[in-house]
Design a protein around this ligand. Structure first.
Ligand code: KG4
Ligand code: ZN
Length: 341
């Protein structure tokens, strides 16, 4: 089965061709980072317009790379949600229409489920069921129990900002640009350990929910107290912030492992590219941790093509309507039988 995957939920236009026999055959990604850089965050209207400009050339590019004609596709998968409404509409309208024109099934993909499945694109990264999943991106911070693919139980989530959003806002405060995660992590590498210690929010009470907005305020207060900032101050603040986020995520994962007795954890979404987070989980969590290579942690078309292929193999496809769901709880998804695509 050969599936085209289309991702346009935020600021990356991602296209890919996944083949259930041969694996990933082609990938293309256009990042709008420079377009939004002056604004310190994604401007939804600019994002939609740029997806429109890039979607067709990138589709042609991946089909060429894969060495196939559109007629050889068995389905077209596109992100239906969650994400920015206008940005989602571009991919969903294009994907649904292309599928209709080719007389092939269209598949609506849940962006966060696609993140969760991305590590499994690698045959060596197949967690046994049940497993835990930590989804950490720019819009979500969630812990799930996964009893079967498609069967998700929410164990905890952020009651305010997502972890990635906190990285982005911290970077903005410190003038480090967008996206903030990689910039804060790079600056933190020059930080002096122990100069600042930031709080680990909501770790002193039971439960698996997260909160990152207080940490943002704490960072802002530290910045204000030390302004004008020297480069070393910026690095020290970045290090303290990064350590606080990583430690908070680790503490909640450890608690989830202890409470459920499940010793396999999939970590996915942009923040799962963070080196310190990977290191702390690998060294200190009493569970095996699975994650995707960096370019498949952040938004991409490959994870959409893969999730779409699994849903298609389970006999699921989209109605003719172009549906988008900016908010879409993952627990509303139908189960995904584990038949190989
Ligand atoms: O999954 P993703 O590409 O998009 C969403 O679905 O939101 O995640 C983007 C987020 C951004 O907030 C970005 O700052 C963060 O992931 N991020 C990182 C790193 N790389 C990306 N955060 C921390 N460390 C990183 N190395
Ligand atoms: Zn994402």
């Amino acid at each position: 089965m050969i599936v085209l995957g289309i991702e346009t939920s935020c600021d990356e236009t991602g296209l890919a061709v996944y083949d259930s026999n041969a694996g990933l055959r082609a990938e293309a990604l256009y990042s709008q980072v420079e377009l939004h850089a002056d604004y310190g965050g994604v401007v939804p209207e600019l994002a939609s317009r740029d997806h429109i400009r890039k979607i067709l050339p990138l589709t042609r590019e991946v089909l060429k790379q894969a060495g196939i004609s559109p007629a050889q596709l068995d389905g077209v998968a596109y992100t239906s949600g969650p994400g920015l409404m206008g940005a989602l509409l571009v991919g969903a309208a294009f994907g649904r229409t292309l599928a209709w024109a080719l007389q092939k099934p269209g598949v609506e993909v849940h962006h966060m489920e696609a993140h969760l499945l991305a590590p499994m694109l690698d045959a060596a990264q197949q967690p046994p069921l049940p497993f835990l999943a930590l989804l950490v991106s720019g819009g979500h911070t969630q812990l799930f129990r996964v009893d079967d693919l498609g069967v998700y139980t929410l164990l905890g989530e952020s009651v305010d900002d997502a972890a990635g959003e906190a990285f982005d806002k911290t970077a903005k405060m410190l003038g480090l640009g967008y996206p903030g995660g990689p910039a804060v992590a790079a600056s933190a590498a020059a930080g002096s350990a122990g100069r600042f210690r930031f709080p680990r929010p909501m770790t002193d009470r039971p439960g698996l929910d997260f909160s990152f907005s207080g940490l943002k305020t704490y960072t802002l207060n530290t910045v204000t107290r030390h302004t004008p900032l020297q480069p070393q101050d910026v690095a020290d603040i970045c290090l303290a912030f990064e350590e606080a986020v990583v430690d908070t995520l680790f503490i909640k994962c450890r608690r989830a492992v202890q409470e459920t007795g499940i010793k396999h954890l999939v970590m996915a979404g942009g923040v799962s590219a963070n080196r310190k987070l990977r290191q702390q989980l690998a060294e200190q969590l009493d569970a095996r941790v699975y994650y995707a290579p960096n370019h498949l942690c952040t938004d991409n078309g490959a994870m959409i093509a893969y999730a779409g292929a699994l849903r298609l193999a389970a006999g699921q496809h989209a109605p003719l309507a172009i549906n988008t769901r900016p908010r879409w709880p993952m627990m509303e998804l139908p189960p995904l039988q584990q038949t190989a695509p």
